[in-house]
Design a protein around this ligand. Structure first.
Ligand SMILES: Cc1cc2nc3c(=O)[nH]c(=O)nc-3n(C[C@H](O)[C@H](O)[C@H](O)COP(=O)(O)OP(=O)(O)OC[C@H]3O[C@@H](n4cnc5c(N)ncnc54)[C@H](O)[C@@H]3O)c2cc1C
Length: 346
């Protein structure tokens, strides 16, 4: 079908989900506009490793080559009170790349394919219903107050202990992994502590210290942190976002999985993968908007329900001081069902 005859699609949100979807739609000649309130490149709070998306997802979205030089992380270690308690190989290697680079590459690819990108442009939808046909919401987590703060910073001189390090703290966990240009990404999720006041360059370290992870703070502070990469986000809520029916919501805007899984970006890509074909059919008038939404949301529910439930269940065990000794003991005696938890959460 000629491009001029196809119905246009507008995507709100140029994170990994919106951009990957935009690229797939442009590969099928769908006229696509995308709005993002930020600019590219920019740092994002993220552990910056992707676990779980299959080769098929990358291939069908036409983004395989974007990851060709990404790190392949094949092992993980867990640390409790400064000591390693567990080490395992990942069933499938995780991909490591900073969001700074990844989002920029995706945005460039989208525009190169003829997509219209309005960055630095928050989408104004006052004059339209949020369920307007052709409007796709990939605008990330719904902003609401929460007890959590996420913090991240890059380090330029840090020797890793493992491909993916996970450190358990008091109502906190923090992860380390390599990204491009010999940089390490450090990212943590912390229960908010209103007493902590610090500049954004040092906030991460203050939170680590307050969460019983001083040994990690010292190690990171000695490893040339890059102040320009320091960033935080505070309105973090995990689980379904309780959005109204009748609108197309994808990625974190649909549901956000706890970050220890390293599966949020994969879910964002998988959402784009499940959505592109019904959206192309809608654009070509082969499906009504209602049919298109039904197909997308049914597939998303089928694919994600188990992993979300298991992740929600494991998440508190990682950060709650009462559970951590048990977890650490199970890990030491190698009775932690790591492979089962991994396969149920990916
Ligand atoms: C602490 C922490 C660590 C994490 N670590 C990992 C990890 O290691 N691996 C992993 O896979 N996942 C991780 N995640 C989750 C992952 O970051 C998200 O699941 C993923 O970014 C979701 O992608 P998305 O495209 O749905 O949303 P986002 O990447 O959040 O993109 C949404 C976009 O929408 C834009 N936007 C919002 N509102 C508007 C508007 N009104 N108009 C225009 N644009 C708008 C925003 O600017 C943003 O660019 C982590 C999350 C947290 C909080």
């Amino acid at each position: 079908m000629e491009e001029g005859l196809m119905k246009p699609i507008t995507i709100v949100g140029g994170g990994i989900c919106g951009l990957a979807l935009g690229i797939a739609l442009r590969h099928h000649d769908v006229p696509t506009k995308l709005y993002d309130s930020g600019t590219y490149p920019r740092h994002r709070v993220c552990g910056e490793f992707i676990c779980g998306a299959t080769d098929e997802v990358y291939r069908d979205l036409h983004i395989e080559d974007i990851f060709s030089d990404a790190h392949r992380h094949s092992s993980t270690s867990w640390h409790y009170q400064g000591k390693p308690v567990f080490q395992a190989d990942l069933p499938v290697p995780a991909l490591g790349m900073s969001r700074y680079l990844l989002d920029q590459r995706l945005a460039r690819r989208f525009t190169k394919l003829g997509g219209t990108l309005h960055d630095d442009t928050p989408f104004e939808w006052r004059n339209e219903s949020s369920g307007t046909p052709g409007l796709v919401w990939a605008n990330g987590r719904v902003v609401e107050s929460s007890p959590w703060i996420g913090l991240k910073i890059h380090l330029t001189d840090l020797a890793p202990l493992n491909d993916l390090e996970l450190h358990l703290g008091n109502h906190a966990y923090a992860g380390l992994s390599a990204v491009e240009s010999n940089r390490m990404n450090a990212c943590g999720l912390f229960r908010k502590r209103p007493g902590i006041r610090a500049r954004k360059e040092t906030l991460f370290f203050e939170y680590l210290k307050a969460s019983g992870l001083s040994y990690l703070a010292e190690r990171l502070q000695a490893a040339k942190p890059d102040p320009a990469s320091a960033i935080g986000v505070s309105s973090i809520r995990f689980g379904p976002q309780h959005l109204p029916d009748g609108k197309c919501h994808l990625g974190d805007h649909y549901t956000a999985i706890p970050p220890f899984t390293g599966n949020g970006m994969s879910m964002a890509l998988e959402c784009a993968w499940l959505a592109w074909d019904p959206l192309v059919k809608w654009s070509r008038d082969h499906l009504s908007w209602e049919q298109c939404l039904q197909i997308i949301h049914r597939q998303i529910r089928q694919r994600f329900t188990t992993r979300l439930q298991v992740a929600q269940w494991v998440h508190p065990l990682l950060y709650t001081p009462g559970f951590q000794p048990l977890l650490a003991t199970m890990a030491r005696f190698r009775i932690l069902p790591f492979q089962s938890i991994y396969s149920l959460t990916h």
